[in-house]
Structure formats: C-alpha cells, structure tokens
Design a protein around this ligand. Structure first.
Ligand code: GLU
Length: 468
C-alpha cells in the first residue's frame, strides 16, 4: 500500500437481524481507525441474500450505529444494487484468462467427489472446463469460476493474526458468478471493497479463510490487496462463544437499559483492544490511541460489571448540560413523553446530585423522579410504610418551620435538626419520613438536595400531602 493512500474502512453488515454487540465493536474499530487518521468510514449493507435480508433489519442496524455515534460517510451502499458491476468484473476476469466458464452439473461434481473419495484423493473439485477451448462450450447453463493458482501458497498478511499461509492445492476454483448470473458473496465483497477504495478491512476472524480466497480475486484483477485485520470474536463471561444465554446481544437492548453511548463506546473499544492499562477513556482519547497492534489475539470476554463501572464513570464525567439532552433522547427512544421546560430546568439543577453513582440513565431517572413529578405525588409501598403516625407529626412540624426558614442548605439543615431535636431524635431518624414525602420512594438524592431543587412551595406541599 502506498503511504499516501488515505485510510478508508468500512462496516459491512448483513441485514438479517439487529446490530449485534460484536458487529458494533467491529464498526467501532473501523470508525476509530479511519476517523483517528482523517480517513473515511463507509457503510455497506450486504443484502445479496434476498430471502434473509429485510429493510427492518437494515433500519435497526443503522439506528444502532446512530445511537453509538458511528455514522458513515455518505449513504450506505447496497451490495445487491451493485450486482451488475459484480457480473462485469467476473467477465473481465474471463477476458484476462483468470476465470472460466464451467458447465459441470451438480451431479457431475458429486460424482467427481465420490470417485476422489474412493481413490483416496483430495475431494477438491477440479473442473474439466478450466482450460477448455471456447469452441467446445455447449449451450446451457454455466457458472464462472476463478482460475485459482494450483501450486504454491496464498499468504494473508494480517495485522492481528500475523502471516497466515494457505496452500493453494487446498483452495478450489471458487464460483464467482452463479448460473443465474448472480454474484457470489466472495466476488461481491472484493469488487465492492475495491470500488469503495477500502484500504483496511477490519472484521471478525471468522472471515480469515475468506481473506485467502478474496486475496486470489484481488491478484487476478491486479488490484491492491487491502490491509487485513481479523479480530477475535467476543466470548461470554464463561469463555464460551457468545450466545443469548449470556444476556443482551443487540445494541439497542443496551440502549434501552440506559447505558450512555460514550460508556458503551469505551467499553466496546476495550473489548479486544488495549492501550496500556487504561480502562476509562474518552472517545477523543480512543480516536487518538486506537491502532491495530493494540488488538489482542485472544477472544475478549464480556464483563457486565466492567461495563457498568465504565458507564458510571462516563455519566459522572459528562457535563450536566450535555447529560440532559442525552436523557431526553433516552426517554424519547423509550416512548416517554417529552419533558416540560420546568422538568428540564429541574433536571439540570438536580443533576449534580443525580449523576453520582448512577451507572445507567435508568438509575439516574429513578433518582430524578422527585424533580419530574409535582404534588400530589404517588408513593411506593416502602415510602408509604415510612409514613407512620410519628413520621407524619415530624412532617407537619417541619412544614410549619420551613415557611419562615431561609432557603439555603445550612438553614434547612438547622430547621430539620431542630424538629428532630425537639423529639430527642437524630437526623438519621427523620430523614426517611422526609424522603418518603419528597420523593415518594426511598431511593433519592439527599433530602436537602431535593428541597433546594424543588423550592419552598413544592417542598411544603409535599410534606403536607404526606402528613395528612
Ligand atoms: N457481511 C459480513 C458479515 O456480516 C461481513 C463481511 C466482511 O466484513 O467482509 O459477517
């Protein structure tokens, strides 16, 4: 590869389901690699399997990428729409004598294999049409096969796996164009990657064998082979292949669980790639640091504790005014009504007390409930149970005293201490009643934080509601 060639990467999902967490990581690596080098990151929807590809799956994948902030440059390319170009290349390969028409039927191929098995030879199909004179071509259906090298080796120089050598006598003359004129996956990927100017192919190591075959197509066309980087797959916490029983696999499920996109990016970047011992980093840092040598060769393991931890750190590190719109986007995606001006202002004001220890937006919204509701507020069972006769008395007295208390933290603390002291109680004994009255549940920011955010009138109303 010439040094001057600008970096172009791509993410090429098959639209047969949702955006899998492994796919999201592949997309992220490609995005980081390109964007960190001023290059381009392209999307290609590999929709040639018409039976299994659906527009809904494409939409879900694009939604997942958008949520993660991994948008491509320009519109996503549809592989299916390039089929004419794929066929054109197959014919060009014939013209270059790198491919040939093969008229062998399935039965003949089967018979060849049977005989090979019986004689203890390799069952790799050797087409009798490879060097046939065009004058002998019959009428009838044919496929176009690659005239693959029969001797020597095909070497895949992989940035992660090292040099991987494949014996050419173990690679058959792959089909490039089927008898109905449709391209095979192998041909389509190479033509598209070439046409899109892709310089680096970063993808799961389940495609490593394909890289050998694809290299043969590049060579046949005299096209520059991209840099390969085949990354180990993600495994479950138990080290086994990732599956549903390990938990959520779709990126949108993580979004619904309230993980912030920045935390998810950080966590996914760390799945299989490392930069020293850094666990927590910003996207800017990842863009600066990400490189292929930092990708490990062993499968990465999902670790939900680490995910939570990293997400909590991202929430804590995000400026309050950036968190509010993110939470609004989360609520909108969850189908919740939009916040009112007042709720938004309250959320912003309360944010300092909410983001502490919140690992997800779900945690944060749960704690923010006090600022999103107005009196009379509903109470859960635990809050209701905290409102004993004694507790109601405390609330009544507190409400009365707060009418004349200046609205500042230290004066509020003194007022509540006075009510508690008059009953020979400590602050810890009266706080649950106040929490139940102000938040309607026992998980909330501190009672003084809540009072300061919702203000005097709302505080007194909630205390009186709960006392009555
Ligand atoms: N469409 C393939 C997949 O979803 C990816 C092909 C590639 O990256 O070359 O596994």
């Amino acid at each position: 590869m010439s040094a001057a060639r600008p970096v172009v990467t791509r993410f090429a999902p098959s639209p047969t389901g949702y955006l899998h967490i492994g796919g999201a990581r592949t997309a992220l690596f490609n995005w980081l690699y390109a964007r960190g080098r001023g290059g381009r990151f392209l999307l290609r929807i590999e929709d040639t399997d018409r039976e299994r590809s659906t527009p809904e799956a494409t939409a879900a994948i694009l939604r997942g990428l958008t949520w993660l902030g991994l948008e491509g440059d320009g519109d996503a390319v549809s592989q299916f729409e390039q089929r004419g170009r794929h066929a054109e290349v197959a014919h060009e390969m014939m013209a270059r004598d790198c491919a040939y028409r093969c008229y062998s039927t399935q039965e003949e191929i089967e018979a060849f294999r049977e005989a090979a098995r019986a004689e203890g030879r390799s069952t790799l199909f050797l087409s009798p049409w490879r060097d046939a004179d065009p004058a002998t071509w019959p009428d009838g259906p044919y496929v176009i096969r690659l005239k693959a090298p029969r001797e020597g080796t095909t070497v895949v120089e992989d940035a992660v796996q090292g040099e991987v050598t494949f014996r050419n006598d173990q690679l058959d003359d792959m089909v490039l164009l089927r008898s109905d004129g449709t391209p095979t996956y192998m041909l389509a990927v190479v033509v598209d990657d070439h046409d899109m100017g892709v310089t680096h192919v970063i993808r799961g190591d389940d495609h490593l064998n394909n890289a050998a075959r694809q290299t043969q197509i590049y060579r046949a066309m005299d096209w520059e082979v991209p840099v390969w980087a085949h990354i180990p797959l993600i495994h479950g916490p138990d080290g086994k292949k990732l599956s549903k029983r390990h938990g959520a696999l779709g990126v949108e499920e993580y979004q619904a669980m309230g993980y912030p996109a920045a935390g998810m990016r950080n966590y996914l970047a760390r799945l299989g790639w490392s930069h020293g011992n850094d666990e927590f980093f910003t996207t800017e840092q990842a863009l600066e640091w990400f490189d292929l040598p930092g990708i490990g060769r062993a499968p990465a393991r999902l670790d939900f504790k680490k995910l939570e931890n990293i997400c909590g750190q991202h929430i804590a590190a995000t400026p309050d005014e950036e968190l509010v719109p993110e939470i609004e986007a989360y609520l909108a995606a969850a189908g919740e009504p939009a916040l009112t001006e007042k709720q938004r202002a309250g959320l912003l004001q309360a944010m300092y007390s909410l983001k502490d220890r919140a690992k997800t937006f779900v945690d944060l919204i749960e704690k923010a409930r006090f600022v999103l509701v107005e009196h009379p507020i509903s109470r859960d069972d635990a809050a209701q149970a905290a409102l004993t006769e004694d507790a109601r008395g405390i609330l009544r007295d507190t409400a009365a005293l707060l009418r004349t208390t200046p609205w500042e933290r230290h004066t509020l603390e003194a007022a509540v201490a006075e009510v508690a002291g008059a009953r020979g109680l400590g602050l810890g004994k009266v706080a649950p009643a106040l929490r139940a009255a102000l938040a309607g549940r026992m998980l909330s920011p501190s009672v003084f934080d809540m009072m300061l955010v919702i203000g005097r009138d709302e505080t007194i109303s909630r205390l009186e509601d709960a006392a009555s």
